[in-house]
Design a protein around this ligand. Structure first.
Ligand SMILES: Nc1ncnc2c1ncn2[C@@H]1O[C@H](COP(=O)(O)OP(=O)(O)OP(=O)(O)O)[C@@H](O)[C@H]1O
Ligand SMILES: [Mg+2]
Length: 401
């Protein structure tokens, strides 16, 4: 191979990161060269065996990585790392999601939220450069919004984008034991997160705030909140903290202030619901696009999670319908009506008058249906849609007179 010198340098640098995925690729390269009877196969094999020896000699805590430029003392977290546990119950205080196992997809979010996220990610990815320039990048972010809007998914996706493990701690679990132990648990959790390059995700963040409502625990809870604040402050510059909550109003103002970026994730609007439904149906053809529009239309007021569930139910019905032809509107409105979500769209589901139903769908401002899309979802021909629309218009004119 002509460029073997460059390839060897690349492999050497990459293997020094100690990443198993990189090692796997280097092994593939060596195997491919060996198969092609390339004399350079042994050069790559030598590099592989040299790094595996030094890896075996080095204790895991000496394998350092400075990829993101977070505090220089942090270590690289390796699979099998000992996660701190609650001393009483032995329950782990956090779940670790390593980048290679992190399958979180970017949730569908409103354009404004996506722009804010892009800016935030840019700061995090260039943390080192900003510090060098004497600037202080924001490393704390609170994501809040109604249940099922994609907050946890988003936090995991951000960790994946940074190429870092996510240390996900559910604060409600962490404080479920005796309050006295909670402060100790928080200390252990932060000590662990500060030791490694990682993203600390504090899920169900309001759990701590909620405790304030318990009159028996006033003194103790103050201590816990203080411990939390101290730990957040002490982590400064050492890595990202993402707090997640459904009950932002319950949060102590002092806690709230600790987060430099506060990101609201509202319920999805019509465009987002359409994109979520399209994704959930893997919609590509005209029919499934029309069905995604209808799913987006009926799901006003749904969270992303509820909409994904509705789409899954619809897909099951399609598979189990065994060729029985039923208009998508019938199935979808029936499924939507049986969910517990309150939606104004429900009164339309029962409209007996086909002309009115057709017109409501055709003239709605949220989701634009073409006549052929309406024909598909209502199970009639385009001609029928045109007739129903002109009947309606004529009917309206007659009414007006
Ligand atoms: N905006 C979205 N785009 C795509 N999928 C979504 C979206 N919101 C929710 N989902 C779906 O719902 C599931 C649950 O979302 P997730 O757990 O991230 O919500 P959450 O906001 O953390 O909920 P909770 O407040 O109850 O913890 C996801 O796995 C995903 O399938
Ligand atoms: Mg969540």
């Amino acid at each position: 191979m002509e460029q073997i010198a460059i390839v060897k340098s690349l492999v050497r640098v990459a293997l020094a990161q100690g990443d198993d995925a990189v090692r796997h690729q280097a092994e593939r390269l060596a195997a491919a060269l060996r198969k092609a009877d390339d004399k350079d196969a042994s050069a790559i094999e030598r590099l592989l065996s040299a790094t595996s020896q030094s890896k075996n000699l080095a204790p895991s805590h000496l394998t350092k990585s400075f990829s993101t430029g977070f505090a220089t003392a942090t270590e690289r977290m390796l699979p099998g790392v000992a996660v701190p546990v609650d001393r009483e119950s032995s329950a782990p205080l956090a779940t670790i999601v390593f980048p290679e196992n992190n399958l979180a997809a970017f949730p569908v979010l409103a354009p404004g939220v996506t722009d804010t996220l892009a800016g935030l990610l840019l700061e995090w990815k260039n943390h080192g450069r900003l510090i060098e320039a004497g600037l202080n990048p924001s490393l704390t972010c609170l994501i809040y919004g109604p249940p099922g809007t994609g907050k946890t998914t988003l936090a995991l996706w951000l960790a994946h984008e940074l190429g870092l493990p996510a240390v996900v701690a559910r604060l409600d679990g962490l404080i479920s034991s005796l309050l006295g132990t909670t402060a100790r648990n928080l200390g252990a959790l932060f000590a662990f997160a500060n030791r490694y390059e990682c993203v600390l995700v504090l899920d169900e963040f309001d759990a701590i705030a909620k405790l304030r409502d318990d009159p028996n625990e006033v003194g103790e809870i103050k201590r816990v909140v203080n411990t939390l604040l101290q730990n957040i402050d002490a982590r400064e510059g050492r890595g990202v903290i993402i707090g997640l909550t459904n009950h932002q109003a319950l949060l102590d103002p002092a806690v709230w202030r600790r987060f430099e970026v506060q990101l609201a994730i509202p319920l999805p609007g019509p465009d987002e619901r359409f994109d979520i439904a399209k994704g959930a149906l893997s919609a590509k053809n005209h029919e499934s696009i029309a069905e995604s529009k209808l799913l987006a239309w009926v799901s006003e007021g749904f969270s992303g999670s509820e909409l994904v569930t509705l789409c899954a139910k619809y897909r099951k019905r399609l598979i189990l319908s065994d060729g029985e032809s039923r208009a998508p509107f019938e199935t979808i409105s029936q499924l939507a009506a049986s969910t517990s979500v309150h939606t104004d769209r429900r009164r339309v589901f029962d409209l007996a008058n086909e002309n009115t139903l057709t017109r409501v769908l055709a003239t709605n401002q949220d989701i634009r249906f073409s006549y052929s899309e309406l024909a598909h979802v209502l199970g009639v021909s385009t001609k029928t849609i045109s007739r129903r629309m002109s009947d309606t218009v004529e009917g309206d004119t007659a009414d007006a007179e």
